[in-house]
Design a protein around this ligand. Structure first.
Ligand SMILES: Cc1cc2nc3c(=O)[nH]c(=O)nc-3n(C[C@H](O)[C@H](O)[C@H](O)COP(=O)(O)O)c2cc1C
Length: 392
């Protein structure tokens, strides 16, 4: 069973990522994992923090001689900013004078709800854990999941389909185009169409100029997924439900859509459902083909062999340089909300973090289906299933 946790505070010494259940014998390509971490740090509209941090995964357990050994994997991800924070957030009592309070909660952030819940007089500790710096750990774990999935021929990438009011006219982007985007050394807004990307950039520029922030929509595409992951047999085993939770659990994601779910809800069935054909020549897993993929590769909570499409809708960042009204935690007087160095737009980065969550979810479902304590065993079981599909 694949299980994973993260720990760490935004300005603490390190982030920690932990995963158990990855079969033994998986090649761990650290360069690939570090590139995934780099991808999460890119995008036009990021704050100064991303210039300080150069994330790298430091494996401390579960990997020996370049391969997983079946025991739990623990990864440390150093926060370079810790140097400036160790007196502010010491593990020991430290000097209370050096503490940096978050004196007035930011509307939209976790500050007020978190302070009330944990009975803190202000929101420093809340911010420290609620911050999306945490998603770095998930990207490290997701990169491991991607390496596992690669063995099964499954790949996961993302692209941006809207920033603020600027959106891609045609979000039907080919897999090859997504690979080109992945290969880029400079990431602006990770949009497949340069004209749309220029309009998206203008939205971010506007937010930067006016002390505002802007959200948007990303789409994660999982390519090469065999039919049969997830099941309708029990409500909490449905692949669509699992993906929705995985992606919704990312900071600032406020809606998740599978395929063209939202538009489909507003259309007639005849224009929504993906007609079925059959052609031996096109067989990857089976000869069944689809005329379209509005379902986003999932029917009945089960992958159907088409690309899996998951969209995440991101609210605008809640830390504003031109802050909204709030209340001082101590005096209860009206004040402006706290401001701390912040991103203005994170849609491409959120897409990368969502790739990680999709990869972890698919890896979990693949392991549920194929099992295996070693990659040899998992791949043998997968091969047997592929033969069964071919014979169907
Ligand atoms: C990659 C990424 C980076 C983020 N960076 C910031 C940031 O710099 N400032 C901020 O206020 N919120 C940022 N957020 C969003 C907050 O973490 C999030 O809004 C907050 O934790 C409250 O959670 P909620 O929006 O899910 O309710 C970021 C989110 C993501 C996905």
């Amino acid at each position: 069973m694949l299980r994973y946790f993260t720990a760490g505070e935004s300005h603490g010494e390190t982030l920690v990522a932990f995963i158990s259940g990855i079969p033994a014998g998986l090649d761990v390509d650290q360069q690939f994992i570090n590139r995934e971490l780099w991808r999460r740090q890119q995008g036009f509209g990021r704050g100064g923090r991303m210039k300080i941090e150069k994330d790298t995964a430091h494996f401390v357990s579960g990997v020996r001689h370049g391969k997983t050994i079946g025991s739990p994997v623990a990864i440390l991800l150093e926060n370079r900013d810790w140097k400036s924070w160790q007196e502010v957030l010491p593990v020991e009592t430290g000097d209370p004078e050096k503490h940096k309070r978050v004196a007035s909660p930011r509307p939209g952030h976790a500050d007020l709800a978190g302070a009330l819940k944990y009975n803190f007089p202000e929101a420093r500790y809340v911010l420290e854990r609620a911050s999306a710096r945490e998603s770095t750990s998930r990207v490290a774990l997701g990169a491991l999941a991607k390496l596992f999935l690669r063995g099964l021929g499954i790949e996961v990438l993302s692209h941006v389909i809207a920033v603020g009011k600027a959106s891609l006219a045609n979000a039907d982007v080919t897999w090859q185009k997504l690979q080109e985007l992945y290969g880029k050394e400079e990431v602006l807004l990770n949009c497949a169409d340069p004209e749309a990307e220029a309009r998206m950039r203008a939205e971010v520029d506007h937010a930067l100029r006016t002390g505002d922030s802007v959200g948007g929509v990303f789409e994660v595409v999982a390519h090469g997924v065999p039919p049969g992951l997830g099941t309708f047999a029990q409500w909490d085993e449905r692949l669509d439900g699992l993906l929705a939770q995985a992606v919704m659990s990312l900071q600032a994601v406020k809606a998740v859509e599978i395929g063209t779910g939202v538009e489909s809800a507003l259309s007639f069935g005849s224009s929504v459902h993906d007609e079925i054909g059959y052609s031996r020549a096109e067989a990857k897993f089976t000869g069944f083909t689809r005329a379209s993929n509005h379902a986003g590769g999932i029917e009945g909570g089960i992958s159907n062999g088409e690309d899996i499409l998951v969209r995440g809708y991101l609210k605008p960042i809640s830390t504003l340089r031109r802050p909204l009204g709030s209340v001082d935690f101590e005096t209860r007087e009206p004040v402006k909300a706290a401001y701390e160095r912040s991103d203005v737009c994170v849609v491409p980065a959120a897409g990368v973090a969502a790739e990680a969550m999709v990869a972890l979810t698919l890896a979990r479902c693949a392991l549920d289906k194929f099992g295996g304590d070693s990659m040899t065993e998992t791949l043998r079981n997968f091969e047997g299933y592929q033969q069964q599909l071919k014979r169907f």
